[in-house]
Design a protein around this ligand. Sequence first.
Ligand code: KG4
Ligand code: ZN
Length: 340
Amino acid sequence: MKLILGIESSCDETGIALYHTERGLLAHTLHSQIALHNEYGGVVPELASRDHVRYVLPLIRSALQQADCSLNDVDAIAYTQGPGLSGALLVGASIACALAYTLGVPTIGVHHLEGHLLSPLLSDPAPAFPFVALLVSGGHTQLMRVDGVGRYTLLGESVDDAAGEAFDKSAKLLGLDYPGGALLARLAQGGTPGRFKLPRPMLHSGDLDFSFSGLKTAVLTLTQQNETDKQTRADIAHAAQEAIVDVLASKSLAALKQSGLNQLVVAGGVGANQLLRSRLNEAVNKHGGNVFYPDLEFCTDNGAMIAFAGAMRLQHQTARNDYRFNVKPRWDLQEINYAD
Ligand code: KG4
Ligand code: ZN
């Protein structure tokens, strides 16, 4: 029976959570920096780090209050060790190790993508191992086979831009704020189906890899060739969303078929996209399988998934007690696999 404090600070969200191995998630708090970076059209790393410094302790305090706990009740501290922005990661890592040192409790450096991968296990019903996971965030697009905690096999990934990046770059070309994924989806609702058709790169490549970088060029060309009145922008948004979702859904289905599994888990910010959800549900149900999503609030970056992944890790490995830390801005998920 353990209480784990989780700290997420890899990019532009400060997320804190308290997860109890028997009572489940007790509290979580979040501060999003979207408004801060908005005027720059993307995340400014130095501003991100400073904002994490500003919010991390107040958010820990309010999470403890919500859970009616004190710091002394905490048995271990999990923090995002990578991948992400190094300055931003250092804020979470240094706070985690300083607090753990004063409390005399161990720390667990969590891989951000493992947090996303395991986040659907916080929902009810939760998927059972093994499953295929589609990881679709602002920085990653990967299909993984998950046989258990620490047993991840990469099936395919984007060779260039991530799906979230494709959403965000297309949105930017349509004059929408950053990050534009959800705004593009909203604009697409008023779009005319079929007016524009955009390419589906690598749809028939025969493997499970993706390529999205050509999409922004195709969207750019459409915006240059047409009057960009509101309706046309909605029509382009519609076509862009269709192209991204179509490729994600068909490759996910192919991954299930190839691996002989029938459970698909979707994680990462793009997993909030409603069209993606309905296409995946339709395709996977037809295949006789089920799709699992984290609750909407746990699709995008959050502390709960880090606290939870930390709790899972604690069951399988010894946590560190020496309080030395390093962050890993680039970190291959398969490096964290347990030895067979
Ligand atoms: O997982 P996440 O919060 O952060 C990373 O770790 O990258 O994902 C953020 C990404 C952004 O690219 C954002 O535009 C996209 O998720 N996103 C969406 C939607 N909501 C968030 N993309 C499409 N439709 C949405 N509804
Ligand atoms: Zn993320």
